[in-house]
Design a protein around this ligand. Structure first.
Ligand code: 2HA
Ligand code: ZN
Length: 298
């Protein structure tokens, strides 16, 4: 008996649907759910989610939890261990997209394409308390999501949203340059004026790793301790935000800069561009907007 069987078992009881009908509200209509559904729709419309590409998560606040709890199943799934314990996430509740789901379908069918999971008191396992109405399990990148929420929660009270997208520009650019965080940040900062405004701390860039692996989860959590976004070589980007708009906007800004860098490279070939932002320009923008520029990356 795998988790799939357990999930189908508790989901077949239809408890959530019944509760929604009685109160004439749906978990899907809660504010955090609506934001999350819109994030998935916007990401799909932006072309970031071919097939089942990409995934997202949202760390519930106490207020969200109070609003959502009445919709939770009476019988949660059985506990499933995480690849590595994340003590900072003990007892947290996290909304995640489902494994294999197409993000374009999340907005219309959240209960089938998402799960709310509860983390156990040791931060070592999760169980589904809502969603997955058609069975299945949360995203294959759940270990990266929980580990990253953990480092952010431990450091600064958390980035509510983690968003993994597949912009073509990021896959292409990281095929052309070494996965060096400083070099990649420089490229993105210097080819587009607003880049330094969107990510003054820079971006991390990891070498290629197997998607969904414990190694990728651990390395991404390490990167997210210091950066708001981490590029995965020839794969995509994993970004943190205080809101769905914040995480999505950051990915858009990285996508735009990566696309410009590629266009300049395609046109200029080996020739140097006529203009790139210099250190002084980046410092001037940071000073004008009072941004915490990562000087070590200049
Ligand atoms: O959810 O994008 O990295 C599918 C993926 C894995
Ligand atoms: Zn991916």
């Amino acid at each position: 008996m795998g988790f799939l069987d357990d999930a189908s078992d508790f989901i077949d009881r239809g408890v959530s649907a019944a509760k929604g009908a009685v109160s004439n509200v749906a978990c899907e209509q809660l504010g955090f759910m609506r934001d999350f559904r819109r994030l998935c729709r916007e990401g799909a419309q932006a072309g970031y989610h071919e097939r089942n590409g990409g995934n997202a998560s949202y760390l519930l606040t106490d207020e969200d939890l109070r609003a959502a709890r009445p919709f939770f199943y009476d019988y949660a799934s059985s506990w499933v261990p995480l690849a590595a314990p994340v003590p900072a996430m003990a007892e947290a509740f996290v909304l995640l997209t489902a494994s294999g789901c197409y993000l374009k379908n999340v907005a219309d069918q959240p209960a089938e394409n998402c799960a709310i999971v509860q983390i156990d008191p040791a931060g070592a396992a999760w169980r589904a308390v809502w969603g997955l109405r058609a069975g299945g399990r949360p995203t294959s990148e759940i270990d990266a999501h929980i580990a990253c929420h953990g480092v952010r929660r431990a450091a600064d009270g958390g980035a509510r949203v983690l968003y993994h997208a597949h912009p073509a520009s990021v896959a292409a650019l990281t095929a052309l340059v070494e996965p060096d965080s400083r070099a990649v940040t420089n490229l993105l900062w210097r080819c587009l004026t607003e880049s330094v405004v969107a990510f003054p701390g820079g971006v991390a860039c990891l070498p290629w790793m197997v998607p969904g692996s414990a190694a990728l989860a651990e390395a991404t959590a390490g990167a997210l301790a210091s950066f708001d976004a981490c590029l995965w070589q020839v794969h995509g980007v994993f970004a943190a935000g205080d809101s769905c708009d914040g995480a999505f906007g950051l990915v858009q800004a990285i996508d735009k800069a990566a696309a410009v860098a590629l266009q300049v490279r395609a046109v200029a070939g080996d020739g140097a561009p006529v203009f790139r932002l210099a250190d002084g320009d980046l410092r001037a923008i940071a000073a004008a907007y009072d941004l915490p520029l990562n000087e070590a990356f200049l």
